[in-house]
Write a protein that binds this ligand. Structure first.
Ligand code: NAD
Length: 256
């Protein structure tokens, strides 16, 4: 009997020698993704539109990340950062996102534009800037943070039209770029979380959060590290035959 080779499976998840750029990495799910990818060995390029989030986040890393203030809705700033960074990252996580919950009659043009612009334009601008560099080099992995709301309308909340539309758009950007760049060695996937405990969901009253838990087969919200693990998988060679996948991490919510 040959000995069990544990190192080859660990090697597939090892990100040593790679760099990972995360947008909206100053707090919440993005910060946890960055911390997890550093644990897996990657050098981290942490970006966020909010300088105060970045300053607090940077202290939490055992190894100092590169830190850049970046508003993903600013196409020029995204392009400038891609030109400034010495070498193109191996991994990019399009995580920055916002939500505005209001009945459609009370959703302003500005609300609609803000959500579409951060959640969808931002994914496109960053993918175009960094993904094209990855394609030129012939390798790379992009993980977009979508949402189960890109595929279904959640109960209790038929009031997030812009958010749902933006995440449905992220799913189609993911699949389209996956097909466009597959032959250049760039994989493009998405993680679609269910309800996750973060500042984004923390603004909702207890009764709404309790209803989300009740409607989830696992009976609770997810934690940011549980989303980060899925991103780690998609960023690593363990998912080498996956591209264009929308990976649901939702505690079973979409099964019911
Ligand atoms: N929390 C959830 O339940 C949940 C569920 C599904 C999907 N998501 C998605 O996960 C991602 C992270 O969500 P979160 O819960 O951690 O939110 P969060 O509000 O806690 O953090 C979002 C981060 O994005 C940054 N950001 C906002 N606008 C930006 C911009 N224009 N450019 C760059 N950075 C910007 C914020 O400063 C913040 O640091 C989002 O894409 C969100 O849609 C969250």
């Amino acid at each position: 009997m040959p000995p069990i080779d544990r190192t080859s499976i660990h090697r597939k998840f090892d990100l040593s020698g790679k760099t990972a750029l995360i947008t909206g990495g100053g707090r919440g799910i993005g910060l946890q993704i960055a911390l997890t990818l550093q644990q897996a060995g990657a050098g981290i390029i942490l970006t966020d539109a909010d300088g105060s989030h970045l300053a607090e986040a940077a202290d939490q890393f055992p190894l100092k990340p590169q830190v850049y203030q970046l508003d993903v809705t600013n196409s020029k700033a995204v392009g400038d950062l891609a030109a400034k960074i010495a070498s193109c990252p191996d991994i990019m996580v399009n995580n920055a996102g916002v939500s505005r919950a209001a009945p459609t009659s009370q959703t302003t043009d500005e609300d609609w534009r803000t959500v579409l612009s951060v959640n969808l334009d931002g994914v496109f601008y960053c993918s175009r800037a960094f993904g094209c560099l990855m394609a030129q080099r012939g390798s790379g992995a992009i993980a977009n943070i979508s949402s189960m709301c890109g595929e279904i309308v959640t109960r209790q909340q038929s009031v997030v039209t812009a958010y749902n539309a933006s995440k449905a758009g992220v799913n189609m950007v993911t699949k389209t770029l996956a097909c466009e760049w597959a032959r250049f060695g760039v994989r493009v996937n998405a993680v679609a979380p269910g309800f996750v405990q973060s500042e984004m969901t923390g603004k909702y009253p207890d009764e709404v959060v309790n209803a989300w838990s009740d409607q989830t087969p696992m009976g609770r919200l997810g934690q940011p590290h549980e989303i980060a693990s899925a991103v780690h998988f998609l960023a690593s060679d363990a998912s080498s035959y996956m591209t264009g996948t929308i990976l649901l991490v939702d505690g079973g919510y979409t099964c019911w």
